[in-house]
Unconditional design. Structure first.
Length: 327
């Protein structure tokens, strides 16, 4: 990753270091009345349940919160459904979208009784991957910088019935609305593939993207930039600071949560689907990656494009895995 190679060892900007005691102090200071327990399912969706704040104790960070895992897709059968959500104090924040002051905690999932990490928990898998990398001696740190794109739509409709099926999305700034009767229609619609980077009034979503950025910053995610993306109909991108695997992944879950809920607050829908529009750019999430050892970037070298031999092998491994997935 070029940014990491140029600027040295990545700092922990996304999530502060906390202890169970400091989390309890945050809850008390903020007047929190509920604690929201969040975790990631196998498909990458945040799931949650909530408890009164009295259920938040220092001991629960070691004991975990019990829950029924049988209704989480692909996890547990009903006769073995008991699971534990183990809160990470470093993920604590006051949820900006709850009417009642609510403390949010992201959890890793463990087996009841043994407290062994659950094998299908993506967060636990990422933690084990980081430990494995360190154990190999190849590197001690892997750094990731995701750049997610999404659309902000003003209207989303879809249906599938016995007599027909359809979907339609709409945006006030979309090129197909040049002839819509808007009383008055002022034009300023973004044509296909011309959304990178026109200023207002063509770009209608500067303020909502800024609100998303500032909300994320309040929750500990360090934002680097935001802008309109290539497509018409409100395509957007917000980039945050790269970090180690688990921290960058935790930040991505906060990212999607904030983007979707700020959009909802404004009566809009944020859509992370890869191709919601025909004939225009889709949304992706290319991810900068690099390996480090003793504060030195292992991907910087004197081979092709300034890469090390390790970086070239690493890229080859990614290509091989991608080809395997499509066979």
């Amino acid at each position: 990753m070029k940014k990491a190679a140029e600027h040295g060892e990545p700092e922990n900007h996304t999530l502060h270091m906390s202890t169970p005691k400091s989390v309890l102090e945050l809850a008390k200071k903020s007047g929190a009345r509920m604690v929201d327990i969040k975790f990631v399912d196998t498909f990458g969706t945040w799931q949650h349940f909530s408890c009164p704040i009295r259920e938040l104790t220092e001991e629960v960070f070691e004991e975990g919160y019990g829950f029924d895992g049988s209704s989480i897709r692909g996890w547990k059968s009903i006769e073995a459904s008991d699971m534990l959500a183990m809160p990470d104090p470093n993920t604590a924040f006051i949820d900006p979208f709850c009417a009642v002051p609510t403390l949010s905690l992201t959890c890793t999932i463990a087996e009841t009784g043994t407290k062994e990490a659950y094998t299908r928990d993506p967060r636990g898998l990422a933690q084990r991957a980081e430990k494995y990398l360190s154990s190999t001696g190849i590197a001690d740190t892997a750094v990731f910088g995701p750049e997610a794109e999404f659309f902000i739509f003003d209207n989303v409709q879809f249906d599938s019935r016995s007599n027909g099926t359809f979907y339609t999305v709409d945006s006030d700034e979309a090129i197909w609305n040049t002839g819509r009767d808007e009383m008055p229609n002022l034009g300023n619609k973004i044509r296909h593939k011309e959304g990178y980077f026109p200023v207002a009034p063509a770009d209608t979503q500067q303020d909502i993207r800024t609100e998303m950025c500032l909300t994320m910053e309040e929750l500990g995610v360090r934002i680097e930039r935001q802008h309109h993306e290539v497509a018409t109909a409100g395509q957007a991108e917000i980039d945050y600071r790269f970090d180690t695997l688990v921290k960058a992944a935790d930040a991505m879950m906060v990212y999607k949560y904030v983007v979707k809920n700020v959009a909802k607050r404004h009566g809009k829908t944020a859509c992370f689907m890869p191709k919601p529009l025909f004939g225009d750019n889709g949304s992706g999430m290319h991810t900068h990656q690099s390996l480090w050892k003793k504060d030195k970037p292992l991907f910087a070298g004197k081979e092709y494009a300034g890469l090390s031999q390790m970086a070239i092998y690493y890229a080859g491994g990614l290509v091989r895995d991608l080809q395997s997935d499509h066979q």
